[in-house]
Design a protein around this ligand. Structure first.
Ligand code: UDX
Length: 452
């Protein structure tokens, strides 16, 4: 099939390459010329394991190309919308301006198919009600139907999550009507290889599909803040949050995933999505229903403040003290620093007057752009040299595998704050380190790595 993907940011670029990978003819469009040029040259504009391989394979096969010109989309039977919906500058709601601008431009090329069946498929995360609004506009054109098909990919696993998702969710105007059934059949044809692999596919109304996505992210954020709230209690009454998480996670009803306590969640999705969800509920007059999400956000914010407090407990006055921060990305295997807890804590330490040096395997260019004046050092050993305090904030494999004896030789003082609870305190103490972590008493021992 001939497919277009409008908006080739993180989600769109991976989706475009994945659709070429399963045999479609794909054209990706973005208004950002630099991004289009990079993608067309086979270069990933972000760090994502496995993405460049499928990008290059798609380009080499001739089934994948990129453009900035909407006129190039005229022949596509299916248009996916992969546009970003960032947090509004003037509040907590979602900024839908990219989506609306793209729909206006798409509206000009849709008539070129002269009534032939054409599917527009939204993948962006949007407040409930958005799809119906867009459908009212676009379905006036003969042959055009709109579906909402939210994307659940995680950064670092984007290719795998796109080609083998846990489920496919199809939002239609009115489930069960002949028009909806026809749209479902057309989207099934796009995803045929995934459906052949028995990936479950759920059909529901627009609003429900939109809510599935924001509910999933709200639930994940809540789970993380729940365990981080318990971490706060552990710090006060003298418990160990990693043991609490391990023990409660063994109950299938709770599940062990997303119970890793530490500096909390960040990135381009969870923080802005929970805020947009609250804003949208308030607009509908049901803000009370999601009041707890404000608390989820507040717990998350407090963990960042607590990390700085703990650094102060360990060092005393932070002014002029040499602190090495391990990690800038919001999570490992990503160069994304959007709302990154690691970068935020590094910035707070800097604002407190510390002499901060940040290292990260992938995210330093983005970190330096985000926090001007931040000292960055790509080489791990050079970054550790002379540190009076080492603070682990993103759990990259190379930091988890650090040899405490070798690291002790590099730093000025073997003193470490584990902001992600990934190091074995006993092993580090045996190597001469003073080690503290979030959610565990100063003397905590056993280390239990939890699944991601
Ligand atoms: C998330 C959702 O997982 C994904 O389904 C959705 O499509 C987009 O948002 P992503 O932002 O890539 O994906 O990251 P995720 O792996 O969910 O992690 C989010 C944040 O939570 C990270 O900062 C991570 O460090 C933090 N986290 C995660 C914890 O602090 N503890 C955990 O137990 C799990």
């Amino acid at each position: 099939m001939i497919i277009s993907v409008i908006g080739v940011g993180y989600l769109g670029a991976v989706h475009a390459a994945a659709m070429a990978e399963i045999g479609h003819d794909v054209i990706g469009l973005d208004v950002d010329e630099q991004r289009v040029t990079a993608l067309q040259a086979g270069h990933a504009p972000f760090h994502e394991p496995g993405f460049e391989e499928i990008l290059r394979r798609g380009l080499a096969s001739g089934r994948l190309r990129f453009t900035t010109d909407y006129a190039d989309l005229a022949a596509a039977e299916v248009h996916f919308l992969g546009l970003g919906t960032p947090q509004r500058k003037d509040g907590f709601g979602a900024d839908l301006s990219h989506l609306h601008a793209a729909m206006a431009s798409l509206g000009e090329v849709l008539p070129a198919r002269a009534g032939a069946p054409t599917l527009v498929v939204g993948k962006s995360t949007v407040p409930a009600g958005t799809a119906r609004l867009l459908a009212d506009r676009v379905e006036r054109l003969p042959g055009v139907h709109l579906m909402w098909n939210p994307e659940f990919l995680r950064e670092g696993f984007a290719v795998q999550d796109t080609l083998a998702p846990d489920r496919l969710v199809y939002g239609v105007s009115e489930p069960g009507t002949p028009t909806a059934d026809e749209a479902v059949r057309r989207l099934d044809a796009v995803y045929a290889p995934l459906l052949d692999a028995e990936i479950p596919r759920l059909v529901m109304g627009y609003e429900t599909a939109e809510l599935v996505k924001v509910s999933a992210n709200a639930f994940l954020a809540t789970k993380i803040s729940f365990i981080n709230a318990i971490a706060e209690i552990c710090e006060t009454v003298g418990g160990d949050v990693t043991d609490v998480a391990r023990a409660i996670g063994m109950d299938d009803r709770i599940g062990a995933k997303f119970l890793r306590a530490g500096v909390g969640f960040g990135g381009g999705c969870l923080p802005k999505d929970i805020r947009a969800f609250v804003a949208s509920a308030e607009e509908h007059g049901v803000g009370e229903a999601l009041g707890f999400l404000r608390e989820v956000d507040a717990v998350n914010e407090r963990r960042r403040v607590r990390a700085v407090e703990l650094a102060r407990e360990m060092l005393g006055d932070l002014r002029g003290r040499r602190i090495t921060v391990l990690g800038a990305a919001f999570k490992p295997d990503s160069d994304d620093v959007r709302d990154s807890p690691a970068l935020d804590v590094a910035d707070r330490l800097l604002q407190a007057g510390a002499d901060v040096r940040v290292t990260d395997p992938q995210a330093l260019a983005n970190a330096a752009m985000r926090v001007p004046g931040l000292a960055v050092e790509p080489d791990l050993e050079t970054a550790l040299a002379g540190a009076e305090l080492t603070v682990l904030l993103t759990e990259w494999r190379e930091y988890r595998d650090l040899d405490p004896r070798r690291a002790a030789e590099l730093v000025a003082v073997p003193r470490l704050l584990d902001g992600r609870n990934v190091l074995d305190p006993q092993q580090w103490r045996r190597a001469g380190w003073e080690i503290r972590s979030l959610g565990r008493a100063a003397t905590a021992g056993a280390e239990h790595l939890l699944p991601a």
